[in-house]
Design a protein around this ligand. Structure first.
Ligand code: PBE
Length: 301
């Protein structure tokens, strides 16, 4: 009996000494935070956007590919996502979002893409212009301009940033066109303006596509004489609209990966006018102050 008691006392002492060592000198709150996994820190949530966006499908696939079984992708919108990001950054809290480039958020905040060693988010992604079948015959002038329209992520970034600084998309596009007459003239060179013709563009309320669509609308209206309706819809209806001819064109198709499902469904019913921008990207994005670098870290860190 006595011996057992002594042993118990000894082991208790050991436990006390050990625990004193482990918290020795450290700031205990910081240690606790450091001990939390990334998943625990963000409640196993990835802040997504509208459910029709290709990046939502890619993220769902990433959750499978990387074995992130506990994780949830939260649906919302581009605007809700950037509002949530802004709140987190103001408090220096951890957050994981579905992000893409070009986007003004990379200018406004210090952000990084998580590495994607399994290439779930693809590689050389582009933004394509799609036209409905028959647009070439019905509106050769608009068709020619849409075929010529190619620009860079820096150029799009200028319009996006102006909109973010509270300019209306219409004014931001107009101002950009006025400041870049050489670029605009390259796209419309030799095209005769029309009269009494209407064009319908389809786009989704992603900040990048709000910028591009308003620029294209401005040029079609102010330089080529069209009356343009820009219809803001979800991604599915945007593709369906071009496929069934309700929409004349869109400059918002992300290929080959982001909109691969839509492409596979509608490729025979649309005309692909090729890339209007190269070198674009989608992925999971975090503030640079977060101590992770790869999607794989979401499972292990
Ligand atoms: N995006 C922006 C879209 C394409 C443009 C990346 C959010 C998407 O995921 O479908």
């Amino acid at each position: 009996m006595k011996r057992t008691k002594l042993l118990t006392l000894l082991s208790l002492a050991t436990v006390l000494v050990l625990s004193a060592c482990s918290s020795g000198g450290g700031d205990s709150t910081g240690d606790q935070a450091a001990a939390k996994t990334v998943g625990e820190q963000v409640n196993y949530e990835i802040i997504g956007i509208d459910p029709g966006a290709g990046i939502m499908k890619s993220t769902t696939k990433a959750i499978e590919d990387y074995g992130l079984t506990d994780w949830t992708l939260i649906e919302g919108s581009g605007a809700a996502m950037t509002a949530t990001l802004d709140k987190a950054i103001k408090k220096e809290e951890p957050i994981i979002i579905t992000g893409w480039t070009p986007h003004w958020m990379f200018n406004k905040y210090d952000l990084k893409y998580l590495e994607d060693p399994k290439k779930t988010f693809g590689e050389a992604e582009e933004i394509h212009t799609l036209a409905r079948k028959g647009l070439k015959d019905d509106h050769p002038e608009a068709y020619q301009f849409l075929q010529n329209f190619k620009w860079t992520s820096e150029e799009m970034g200028e319009i996006m940033t102006a909109i973010q600084d509270n300019k209306s998309p219409v004014d931001a596009a107009k101002e950009w066109a006025e400041n870049n007459p050489d670029r605009v003239n390259e796209w419309i060179e030799g095209i005769e303006p029309v009269e009494n013709k209407e064009i319908k563009l389809g786009y989704v309320a992603w900040d990048s596509e709000i910028a591009s669509t308003h620029l294209v609308m401005y040029i079609l209206e102010e330089k080529l004489g069209y009356t343009v309706t820009a219809m803001q819809v979800e991604a599915g209806p945007m593709w369906t609209g071009v496929a069934n001819g309700d929409v004349d064109a869109t400059v918002a198709a992300w290929l080959p990966l982001t909109h691969a499902d839509y492409w596979n469904e509608f490729k025979d019913q649309v005309e692909d006018l090729g890339a209007n921008m190269e070198g674009v990207k989608t992925g999971l994005v975090v503030p640079s102050y977060m101590d992770i670098n790869s999607i794989e870290d979401l499972k292990t860190k």
